[in-house]
Design a protein around this ligand. Structure first.
Ligand SMILES: *Cc1c(COP(=O)(O)O)cnc(C)c1O
Length: 350
């Protein structure tokens, strides 16, 4: 702490991202990255863009990418907002759309960045407990609120909320913004973007970090009513005119155009997930039903922190959250087949 800090900084509690180890050899199953790598067409587009034009600023509106996203989802360009990763998009959403008198609602077990944004922007929140099966119960959100946000599938549980349940939440709070954070939707869910024309209070966020394997590029997006998007554009244009660089714009646009590669790699992750779930269950783990590229599992006889430490000794890193209710769970990303095998081998005979 220093006397030079703005006063509010001393009370900030920052988000702690999963470890990015400097040792290359580790089997990294801790931050839900995609094992298959970006579309070759995205890489080629970025290579072509790697030229003297980098001396010029990028298009501040990233129109090429906005149009690619709009085409992909069958919406208009003015229904799409883009940012430097969906974390930045979420930050602008909290700042521009969720700062109201009533508390913001989100699940007690959820993306741990949400309370951090609340701290940053001075937003009161009310954490709504998941039910006994770690599921979101839509009727728990039918109470006065200044906004609602939840990941779907939820993180770190991986559990999916059906689209009609999402709709139930939207209908119960027509005067609040409902944000559905679809970071993992492509691994087994149905996007709520199909509902944006019917619900002006719905905002859906997505990222290219997981299903499109571009975590290093930092591209995220939101789709919703043009009035919601307009608020986000105001924030963005008061913060950073150029959140997406030239490489990110062309690379992300090409990734959206390459449907075939995207669908193939998502399918591979889903197949691996089903296999890993079976293998873990055979070892006695309880695994929550996952529609994501990770699974959330606990063993009735082995302490989660101990298992994580044991795996680390074998060179496999998974994520463990020291949080009430989920302290006995491990969150394990689905990797390439040989990485998943290293996980199973590393656990050994339990
Ligand atoms: C990974 C993740 C994000 C952030 O994605 P980026 O686009 O890489 O910033 C947002 N929400 C949830 C629930 C995530 O798991």
């Amino acid at each position: 702490m220093s006397k030079f800090w703005s006063p509010f900084v001393k009370n900030l509690v920052p988000y702690v991202p999963g470890e990015q180890p400097k040792l290359a050899k580790l089997v990294k199953l801790n931050t839900n990255e995609n094992p298959y790598g970006p579309s070759p067409k995205a890489l080629a587009a970025m290579q072509t863009e790697l030229n003297d034009n980098l001396r010029l600023y990028p298009d501040p509106n990233s129109d090429l990418l906005k149009q690619a996203v709009a085409r992909y989802y069958g919406v208009q360009g003015n229904q799409v907002f883009l940012g430097n990763g969906s974390d930045e998009v979420l930050a602008h959403i909290f700042h521009g759309l969720l700062q109201h008198d009533q508390p913001l609602l989100f699940p007690d077990i959820s993306y741990s960045f949400y309370p951090v944004y609340c701290g940053l922007y001075g937003i009161e929140f009310d954490a709504v407990p998941l039910d006994e099966q770690f599921q979101i119960n839509p009727s728990d959100y039918a109470k006065p609120n200044g906004g609602i946000i939840f990941p779907n599938p939820n993180a770190p549980t991986g559990c999916l909320l059906a689209l009609d349940a999402v709709e139930q939440i939207l209908k119960a709070s027509p005067d609040s913004v409902v944000v559905v954070d679809e970071a993992y939707i492509d691994f087994g869910g149905e996007t709520a973007i199909t509902l944006v024309d019917r619900y002006p209070n719905l905002l859906v966020t997505q990222t290219l970090s997981k299903s499109r394997s571009l975590a290093g590029l930092r591209v995220g997006l939101a789709v919703g009513h043009p009035d919601l998007i307009e608020a986000l554009e105001r924030i963005k244009n008061s913060f950073n005119s150029y959140p997406l660089d030239r490489l990110a714009i062309v690379g992300a646009a090409a990734a959206f155009e390459d449907r075939e590669y995207f669908e193939k790699t998502c399918r591979l992750v889903i197949e691996s997930r089903d296999k890993v779930v079976g293998q873990l269950e055979a070892k006695g783990f309880e695994v929550l039903p996952s529609a994501a590229n990770f699974i959330f599992a606990r063993h009735p006889k082995h302490d989660a922190a101990g298992l994580a430490a044991k795996l680390r000794e074998q060179g496999v890193i998974v994520r463990h959250f020291k949080q009430e209710r989920i302290a006995q769970f491990l969150r394990i990303s689905i990797g390439a087949p040989e990485q998943n095998q290293a996980l199973i081998d590393g656990l050994g005979d339990l």
